[in-house]
Design a protein around this ligand. Structure first.
Ligand code: GLA
Length: 504
């Protein structure tokens, strides 16, 4: 007998032994119910059937167990971790004692020890997971939104899930009072943490912190601003709130009825269902089509961390911007790793579809003003969406000055929509160039190092111009002198003449 066949037969025999053993331990219990499931990953059911075992979790749906085998206490099995980045197979142990089962194992970052009892038919019905199917791949029509990168504010970087209606209203007011709205920041985006539960009708309700979403949208609109919201193609969002899995079209209609103008759709637990490019794209396309079907103009932000070549299909899935990275943190190393190293590796975005290196950290306190200017200059040179992430109600004069600098915003929002790129590196310094619609260009000089450096521009870099606008200093400067950049510093220059790339 060939070895694989023998192995297969041996594992079948082992499985029957498991099933017999389990049956002996708890005759009635083929489906176990975990009432005290920790919120993450929310294991609910362990089902032992004729042909193996499955684990059903609130986050990840139903996962098949592998290598189910009996041991002295009950049985054990392996569970593949389907996370795209790391897929170690985790070992799980199910110890059975009469009508109680204790399950021990790991999912992704969580170590789980949970007790179960036999599931009632009602519990089985309630928690059995129904997989949904994805629509066939198609190219959605481009709709003309986001001709320039979206600008606004998002709750996540500063507030995480500690966000509520009152804070959002106050932020909207502060955006008007501080001049940020008039500088171009129009979206007020609620990130993760607003969701409650679905009703019997399947409609997703906000949680108690957001008593009236329509009222909130009206409030924001009355101030000349727009409202953004957040969901996931998975059953759970990254912070463990209800996602749109199985309710995609219904949620799109709910958002439109509230008056939502922007949706960030974050892969999160969806990565357990959608892994290949085809699946991830169809998962995003499903919501893209559902948003269009509402008839409301809703900017659609794809957040799947730059996986599976999103920049090549984001627009076709209905997206207007797509993340190119995991989450930014409020420090120079994270900001430059994303802005200088990772984001430039993606094919260029442009009008209607932008690369998104994540939300701004300007004003959150983890970087110096020098570093925040580099952050802002780099995002502007990259034609990145400018979604502020700080507490606008308590903004320093320096933060306001960085965010409201009209010339840095003009570079970001330049209607040509061609992102900049690195011209050269000089030690720890970099020179970046971006063509502009008026035929001119912008140059940015960045110093990643811990020592000050002096950079001299070449005639090619200045397009033979002897003067340029220094965007941070707000004055015209001679381009022939060396530019001194402090540690982590930047210089941003605007030239009247370009480097050979014109608006047409
Ligand atoms: C992910 C996203 C973040 C944020 C959180 C919310 O980590 O990348 O931008 O939306 O989820 O849980």
């Amino acid at each position: 007998m060939r070895r694989p066949v023998r192995r297969a037969l041996a594992s079948l025999a082992a499985l029957s032994a498991v099933l017999a053993g389990v049956a002996a331990h708890a005759a009635a219990a083929q489906v176990w119910y975990f009432a005290d499931s920790p919120t993450y990953p929310g294991v609910r059911l362990l089902e032992i059937g004729e042909d193996g075992a499955t684990v059903t979790s609130d986050w990840y749906g139903t996962m098949p167990a592998q290598n189910v085998r009996r041991n002295a206490q009950g049985f054990e099995f392996d569970l593949g971790n389907l996370n795209d980045n790391a897929r170690p197979v985790r070992h799980w142990v199910a110890a059975v004692q009469g009508d109680q089962l204790t399950l021990t194992g790991d999912i992704w970052t969580s170590h789980v020890v949970q007790s179960a009892r036999p599931a009632t038919p009602q519990e089985q019905k309630r928690y059995r997971f129904t997989p949904t199917s994805l629509p066939p791949l198609t190219d959605l029509a481009v709709d003309g939104q986001a001709a320039t990168p979206p600008m606004g504010w998002s709750s996540w970087n500063r507030f995480a899930e500690n966000i509520d209606d009152k804070t959002v209203r106050e932020i909207a007011d502060a955006m008007v009072a501080t001049g940020l709205r008039d500088a171009g920041y129009t979206y007020v985006n609620i990130d993760d943490g607003w969701q409650g539960e679905r009703g019997a009708d399947g409609i997703l309700r906000p949680n108690a912190k957001f008593p009236d979403m329509k009222g909130l949208a009206d409030y924001v609109h009355a101030r000349g601003l727009k409202l953004g919201i957040y969901s996931s193609p998975g059953p759970k969002t990254c912070a463990g709130f209800t996602g749109s899995y199985g309710h995609v079209a219904q949620d799109a209609r709910t958002f439109a009825a509230w008056g939502v103008d922007y949706l960030k759709y974050d892969l999160c637990s969806g990565e357990w269902f959608y892994r290949s490019q085809d699946e991830v794209r169809r998962g995003y396309q499903e919501m893209g089509a559902a948003l269009k079907a509402t008839g409301r103009s809703i900017v659609y932000s794809l957040c799947e961390y730059g996986r599976v070549d999103v920049a090549t299909w984001g627009r076709k899935a209905g997206g207007h911007l797509w993340r190119t990275t995991g989450d930014i943190t409020d420090d120079f190393a994270s900001m430059t790793a994303i802005g200088l190293d990772r984001n430039p590796r993606f094919p260029a975005g442009g009008p209607g579809g932008w690369n998104d290196p994540d939300m701004l950290e300007v004003g959150n306190g983890g970087m110096s003003a020098v570093e925040y200017r580099a952050h802002m200059a780099l995002w502007a040179m990259s034609s990145a969406p400018l979604l502020m992430g700080h507490d606008v109600r308590a903004m320093s004069a320096e933060t306001k000055e960085i965010l409201e600098n009209k010339d840095v915003i003009a570079i970001d929002q330049d209607r040509l929509g061609v992102p900049g790129h690195r011209l050269r590196s000089a030690g720890q310094a970099e020179v970046w160039s971006r063509p502009l619609a008026d035929g001119g260009h912008a140059l940015a000089l960045f110093n990643r190092g811990e020592q000050a450096v002096t950079l001299h521009l070449t005639p090619a870099e200045t397009a033979q111009q002897t003067m340029a606008l220094d965007v941070w200093a707000q004055r015209r400067v001679s381009t022939g002198d060396g530019f001194v950049l402090p540690a982590h510093g930047s210089v941003l220059l605007r030239f009247a003449t370009g480097l050979g790339v014109s608006a047409d």
